[in-house]
Design a binder for this molecule. Structure first.
Ligand code: CTP
Length: 401
């Protein structure tokens, strides 16, 4: 994960969205970051410092006047890899834009030259006010990045205008990318276009019945999120899944294998990397009824025909690192996967064992072996799908250079 071993300062200003900052502090800490929380006086009215201390395992700073901590704001401004301001109220944005330093948080922000990610949260009219717009413009011109606000219910009721703070997962995804890119469009996959496919496809027997498989799409979505965090432009071709779209990716939703093939073939023209993590249906009914087939007693025999093999038939107008997955069930998986690598002209094949506990479909973890055209296979331990995604992208990056 991009947060492991990184030092993050989480500035919390006083809005009701503070409760989400607790989740943020906890998640960053769980992901391996050292998190120092700085609360404004009004934030401390919403959530007591002890809550953040328990979540981060570190002292929380609230005032410029704490004994022995007189220069804490300077240390935190300079030594941290990233400052996240969540929630960023209209008031704190105004004070930061003015260059005021009348409390610990604004003093820290004024002393800081490294990246700042702010997640505004306020009443929709306050957000729309020209003063707030001007303040955000000023801060953006100084290199601050913003995530949200979003349209959704506010403390005072429903709203159809932006004001609600982004969810912690969204803020974390933006923070992960900012940590890698430094806000300057860097990152190891900066300037690269990565096409990722994910999820199952569905083939209709009739309007209400489908042939499909239990792929959840999690591996592909984790790859898309990880590639985005490394600075890539990510185009996600996704079959039907329940998953929320990862931040920053452009999604192309498809249903059938033929639709996925058309989307991949169109997008690969501008791709530097194609990762086929989807589990497209290999067969479809030879005929699909236009109306619902009535139930009849006795057996039903279906005639199936093969769907297109997307990888095997892929036309590659320019060099592109192509990664396929091989789901094998026992036997000599590595030999079968190597055969797939050759048959489908892949640069890498990611071998999953369908029979392995904790690996494959519908689980949050995976255990894979990365097999390249040359070199020994890289056998990975059981990892979260996000960590597997990062290992796969490490291999892809080596192939790109
Ligand atoms: N794939 C594809 N087009 C299909 C089916 C699969 O491009 N119609 C891709 C998958 O996304 C995966 C790779 O091919 O990256 C391997 O899929 P897998 O189902 O393991 O292999 P198959 O080639 O279908 O072979 P088999 O089912 O015989 O093992």
């Amino acid at each position: 994960m991009p947060f492991a071993g990184r030092h993050v300062v989480l500035g919390v200003s006083g809005g009701i969205a503070c409760y989400k900052s607790c989740t943020l502090a906890r998640q960053l800490t769980e992901d391996g970051a050292v998190v120092d929380v700085v609360l404004t006086a009004s934030a401390a009215e919403f959530v007591r410092p002890v809550t953040f201390e328990a979540l981060t395992g570190r002292p929380v700073l609230t005032s410029l006047w704490e004994r022995d901590r007189a220069l804490a704001h300077i240390g935190l401004a300079k030594q941290t890899d990233l400052a996240i301001l969540a929630p960023a109220t209209a008031n704190v944005l105004a004070r930061a834009a003015m260059g005021m330093a009348d409390d610990l948080l604004t003093a820290l922000l004024l002393a800081r030259s490294g990246p700042v990610l702010a997640a505004p949260a306020m009443n929709d009219a306050m957000y729309a006010h020209p003063a707030t717009r001007a303040n955000m413009k000023t801060l953006a011109a100084r290199g601050w990045q913003f995530i949200g606000p979003e349209i959704g219910p506010l403390a005072e009721g429903p709203s159809d205008r932006p004001g609600r703070m982004s969810e912690p997962d969204t803020i974390l995804a933006a923070a992960a990318r900012l940590l890698v890119t430094g806000g300057g469009g860097g990152g190891r996959l900066a300037g690269k276009t990565v096409v990722v496919t994910a999820g199952p496809t569905r083939e209709h027997l009739d309007p209400v019945r489908v042939l499909t498989n239990p792929s959840s799409g999690r591996m592909g979505y984790a790859l898309a999120a990880a590639a985005y965090a490394r600075g890539a432009e990510v185009l996600l071709v996704t079959g039907p899944t329940e998953l929320p779209l990862p931040l920053g990716v452009t999604a192309h939703r498809v249903e059938t294998t033929a639709e996925m093939q058309r989307a991949v073939q169109a997008l690969v023209k501008k791709a530097h990397v194609l990762i086929m993590a989807a589990a497209p249906a290999d067969y479809r009914p030879a005929t699909s009824a236009a109306t619902k087939r009535p139930r009849r007693n006795g057996t039903l025999t279906l005639e199936l025909e093969a769907t297109p093999d997307i990888l095997a038939t892929l036309e590659r107008p320019q060099p592109c690192v192509v990664v396929g997955f091989a789901l094998e069930a026992g036997g000599d998986g590595v030999a079968k996967a190597r055969q797939k690598l050759q048959d489908k002209a892949l640069d890498f094949v990611i071998l999953n064992d369908a029979l392995e506990p904790g690996a494959g479909f519908e689980v949050a973890t995976n255990r894979v072996t990365i097999i390249g055209k040359a070199g020994a296979p890289i056998e990975l331990p059981l990892l979260s799908k996000r960590d597997v995604a990062d290992k796969i992208l490490d291999a892809v990056e080596r192939a790109l250079t």
